[in-house]
Design a protein around this ligand. Structure first.
Ligand code: KG4
Ligand code: ZN
Length: 329
């Protein structure tokens, strides 16, 4: 089964062709980061217009790069939500047009499930497993019992982890997206230089808005962003990253021990953070045989390959994918 997956939920126009949900034959992405950088975040109107300009080009490139013809594509999968509605519309409309004109089966996928399915590209899932999904829009701990059973154990009560990275990056006068910028700066910083708080919320829930305010107060107490030396900024970035990564890692591993899951995984843009991966491995108690699965870095941030994988493993009908899987009781 060869699936062509289309992702246009935010600021990446990405199309991939994947065989049997696991063999990536092509994955072409046009990122809009350079366009949105000047605004410090994604401008929905501009994002939709760029998707409109690029979508057909990316589709053709994905087909060419996979060295396939349309007759070899069995199914079209498209992200149907959650995401920016004007951006989603571009992908869904393109997918409908392809499906109709070429008589191909059309399925939709939930963007969050697609992030989790990025793990299935290189790993055949062993159920149940717990996934930490940390992106720009969401931060959730999800228990996946089967392809039909995803349940939220906990989630952020305010900002997502990615949003916190982006907002703190702005406080430090770094470029959008903040995650990679903070990670790069933090490499030269001391993660113990400043003490920053972790919110005390539910066992598997998160809250990052207080941490963001604490960084703001710290920057103000040190003068202002323009006066901060690169060394001080690096220390702030390292301290912030450490608090976020430790909090995410601790709750992920706690959930695994609590639900007796021997496999944990990560997904979403923040899963590209190397310190997060290390923190998780450091926190797993030596007595617990817990295995960490993580997607390749290019399949953490938004991409068409995860959509094609989800279109194979967890296809839905258009409309259904707007329903985010529910919170466990
Ligand atoms: O999954 P994603 O591409 O889009 C959404 O579905 O939201 O995630 C984007 C988010 C951004 O907030 C970005 O700053 C963050 O992921 N991110 C990172 C890293 N790379 C991207 N955060 C921390 N460390 C990274 N290396
Ligand atoms: Zn995403």
């Amino acid at each position: 089964m060869i699936v062509l997956g289309i992702e246009t939920s935010c600021d990446e126009t990405s199309v991939a062709i994947v065989k049997n949900g696991q063999k990536v034959l092509s994955n072409i992405t046009i990122s809009q980061i350079e366009t949105h950088k000047q605004f410090g975040g994604v401008v929905p109107e501009i994002a939709a217009r760029e998707h409109l300009t690029n979508i057909d080009k990316v589709i053709w490139q994905a087909l060419e790069s996979a060295e396939l013809t349309w007759s070899q594509i069995n199914r079209i999968a498209v992200v149907n939500g959650p995401g920016l509605i004007s951006s989603l519309l571009v992908g869904v409309t393109a997918a409908k047009a392809l499906s109709w004109t070429l008589s191909k089966e059309l399925v939709s996928v939930n963007h969050l499930k697609a992030h989790i399915c990025a793990n299935f590209i290189d790993w055949t899932p062993e159920f149940p497993f717990i996934c930490l999904l940390a992106s720009g829009g969401h931060t959730q701990l999800v228990i996946v019992n089967s392809f039909n059973d995803f349940q939220i154990l906990g989630e952020t009560l305010d900002d997502s982890a990615g949003e916190a990275f982006d907002k703190v990056a702005r406080l430090l006068d770094l470029n959008y997206p903040g995650g990679p910028a903070i990670e790069a700066l933090a490499k030269n910083g001391n993660p113990k230089e400043f003490s920053l708080p972790t919110a005390s919320v539910g066992k598997f829930d998160f809250s990052f808005s207080g941490l963001k305010t604490a960084v703001l107060r710290l920057v103000q107490s040190l003068g202002n962003t323009n006066n901060l030396s690169v060394e001080i900024k690096a220390n702030i970035a390292a301290c912030f990253q450490e608090v976020v990564c430790k909090d995410l890692a601790k709750k992920l591993v706690n959930a695994a021990t609590n639900f007796n899951c021997k496999t944990i995984s990560i997904a979403g843009g923040v899963a590209a953070n190397k310190r997060l991966r290390k923190c998780i491995l450091e926190i797993i108690p030596p007595t617990e045989e817990i295995k960490l699965i993580a997607p390749k870095f290019e399949f953490c941030t938004d991409n068409g390959a995860m959509v094609a994988a989800a279109g194979f493993f967890v296809p839905e009908t258009i409309g259904q994918a707007f329903q985010v899987y529910s919170r466990a009781n």
